[in-house]
Ligand binder design. Structure first.
Ligand SMILES: C[S@@+](CC[C@H](N)C(=O)[O-])C[C@H]1O[C@@H](n2cnc3c(N)ncnc32)[C@H](O)[C@@H]1O
Length: 301
């Protein structure tokens, strides 16, 4: 850590980073995350994504985005590869899909479970240039920008280079992410909101990514932009196994990676989890997160 400060004081005048780049450097120095490390990265992430992804919903979203048979599509940060497989079916006959993800484990999982002729899975960091990938009729980016609060617009600018002139860029993300509940005990509510603030500030997470998507396409001069809003994480009644697994895993991974405080609970994390579990398994509880879809056509110049 001490070395980081010496190094940064030497290189700052040379690199002249922007304010966001400098904040990112400090955050990652303090919290020990590797540069570009995906917040949810862990050995079971591809399985978590596979279980929670509903292919009928992906299909509905992709049709809204304007996917058509014969298209050449890029699925950016594909996760388990399930979304890529849905997109592939929708571009048949004659269409192709390339899935890009920064995790070797994700690529391995996707090739094993969804690999087929016409789908290519590549390991690639979206924070780096995409030069060799070519251009696409539709570029699809779902649940990605929320992990990069400081860089989201720069990422969209980089990804936009993959869209053919006249092609479609579709951005999908959550808004007010995991912050809407009815039936929460007050102490639990305070703890969840405080934890989200810490995750936002210390781990570059953006619980409000959804509401920014329109401005990204607008600022990049996309044409005929359209926006749709639906509900995600809509949970009521008997808890489904897939929701139980997804939320348990999210809380477990986040509390391992980030130093969250559970000060209102005598038993700390264990007390918090026990109370969250009681709330979450109660069929009377209600929770949802808005999901915002935004699409536009790249200008033909
Ligand atoms: C929440 S998942 C989204 C998966 C999929 N798009 C979906 O709709 O279900 C985020 C994915 O982004 C990938 N990712 C995160 N940071 C990345 C980066 N810098 N470069 C490439 N992929 C990244 C992760 O490996 C993960 O698979």
């Amino acid at each position: 850590m001490f070395m980081d400060y010496i190094e940064v004081s030497l290189i700052l005048p040379i690199l002249q980073p922007t304010k966001d780049e400098f904040i990112k450097f400090l955050v990652r120095s303090f919290y020990g995350m590797q540069d570009n490390e995906y917040l949810m990265e862990n050995d079971e992430e591809a399985i978590r994504l596979d279980i929670k992804t509903d292919d009928m919903i992906v299909k509905k979203q992709a049709l809204w985005a304007g996917i058509k048979p014969g298209m050449h599509v890029a699925d950016i940060c594909f996760g388990s590869g399930k979304t890529t497989a849905v997109l592939y079916k929708l571009v048949q006959p004659n269409g192709t899909v390339i899935g890009v993800d920064g995790s070797e484990k994700a690529v391995e999982y996707a090739k094993k479970h969804y690999g087929t002729k016409g789908i290519e899975f590549k390991c690639k960091n979206i924070l780096k240039p995409f030069d060799e990938l070519g251009t696409f009729d539709l570029v699809w980016v779902r649940f990605v920008l929320e992990y990069y609060r400081a860089e989201s617009f720069e990422i969209v600018k980089n990804i936009s280079k993959l869209v053919k002139p006249g092609g479609i860029l579709c951005l999908i993300d959550l808004d007010h992410n995991s912050l809407n509940y009815f039936g929460l005990p007050q102490r639990l509510e305070r703890t969840i909101f405080a934890a989200m603030k810490v995750i936002e500030e210390k781990a570059n997470f953006d619980p409000y990514a959804g509401r920014k998507l329109y401005s990204f396409l607008y600022d990049l001069d996309y044409q005929d932009i359209d926006v749709d809003i639906a509900s995600h994480h809509r949970i009521f009644g008997k808890l489904k196994d897939k929701d139980a697994f997804n939320w348990k895993k999210k809380i477990e991974v986040l509390s391992q990676k980030i130093d969250l405080k559970f000060e209102e609970y005598k038993e700390g994390y264990r007390g918090f989890i026990a109370e969250f579990d009681r709330f979450f398994t109660d069929p009377r509880r209600f929770t949802y997160t808005p999901i915002i879809l935004c699409k536009g056509f790249k200008p033909v110049r």
